[in-house]
Design a protein around this ligand. Structure first.
Ligand code: ADP
Ligand code: MG
Length: 286
């Protein structure tokens, strides 16, 4: 009886209707150590879409993700499902959005299964606790982590632990997913799998923000791309509008060509190699 009453008192998040802003940043700035890391950034991800954050090392992608999740203090406004982050009790936030950070070390030797089960903690004593087993099993199947569920997390390879950390976040079954470089340590098949999962979640009405270095993954799987440079969003929109050779060569300070994929028509970004690349030009002029 008491369990039933407390279950009733815990607010379950509503799902943001497809097409509406699930997570929105307005005029976001972050200063750390006396430096401006994010400079008046606007960003939005709608329910039903994948937004990719790209940009050179140090551009501010992780900081933006951290500010969107409320983990990094910022000025400006972040709204989760239309409500300012500050108005969300932390427990409710954890049932509305899940965050995969870039650094997922764990101090204690938990098993893989235990790590993934941690994703279910926000749902304890709610009616959706009943989904725990199914959510964990689905997350493990989707990330191909079931075969090593009894292993100790710190003993895993970089790619294996990245997939377990992703499984934990997937098991949380939130309407908003924030993923910081989930593919960085993965082989080509697992990279495609992860982006496939992101697309599936968007297809089912979730909002997904994903930091990626591979511009071709972003082009193939994201609905929209935000390109960051020195703490600002220098371009945002459809992949074919954002990923132009001139812009990428300037922002990444390395010459690239952008061609159209012969079958999918998506942009393909190719760093210039051999004759014509900046490295060779430098050698030639030396
Ligand atoms: P990205 O994820 O795009 O590679 P980050 O958002 O991690 O970039 O970092 C953006 C910039 O902010 C970098 O120059 C980084 O060194 C700096 N930075 C990040 N965290 C801090 C901090 N706690 N104190 C000072 N500078 C920081
Ligand atoms: Mg980063």
């Amino acid at each position: 009886m008491i369990g039933l009453m407390s279950a009733r008192m815990i607010a379950l998040p509503r799902r943001t209707p497809i097409g509406q802003a699930a997570l929105e940043a307005c005029d976001l700035s972050v200063e750390l150590g006396g430096r401006t890391i994010l400079d008046h950034v606007d960003a939005v991800v709608r329910a039903g879409e994948v937004l990719a954050l790209v940009g050179p090392n140090g551009a501010g992608k992780s900081t933006l993700l951290g500010a969107l999740s409320g983990d990094i203090p910022s000025t400006g406004v972040v709204r989760l499902d239309g409500r300012e982050l500050g108005e969300w009790p932390l427990g409710e936030q954890a049932r509305a959005r899940a965050v995969l950070t870039q650094n997922n070390s764990l101090a204690f030797p938990f098993t893989v299964l235990e790590v993934i089960e941690m994703g279910r903690a926000p749902w304890r004593r709610t009616p959706r606790e009943a989904e725990d087993e199914a959510a964990v099993a689905e997350a493990m199947a989707r990330t191909e982590t079931s075969t090593f569920s009894a292993r100790i997390f710190p003993s895993l390879s970089g790619g294996e632990s990245a997939r377990v950390s992703l499984a934990r976040v997937l098991a949380q079954r939130t309407g908003v997913l924030l993923l910081d470089e989930p593919t960085a340590a993965l082989d080509i098949r697992h990279q495609e799998e992860v982006l496939g999962i992101a697309r599936e979640r968007a297809q089912s009405g979730d909002a997904v923000v994903i930091v990626l270095h591979d511009l071709n993954l972003a082009a193939a799987y994201a609905d929209r791309i935000a390109l960051l440079e020195h703490g600002t969003v220098t371009a945002a929109g459809a992949p074919s509008d954002v990923l132009t050779a001139e812009r990428l060569s300037r922002v990444y300070r390395y010459p690239v060509d952008v061609i159209e994929h012969p079958r999918t028509r998506q942009p393909l970004v190719l760093p210039r190699r051999g004759a014509g690349s900046s490295l060779n030009s430098r050698e030639e002029s030396a």
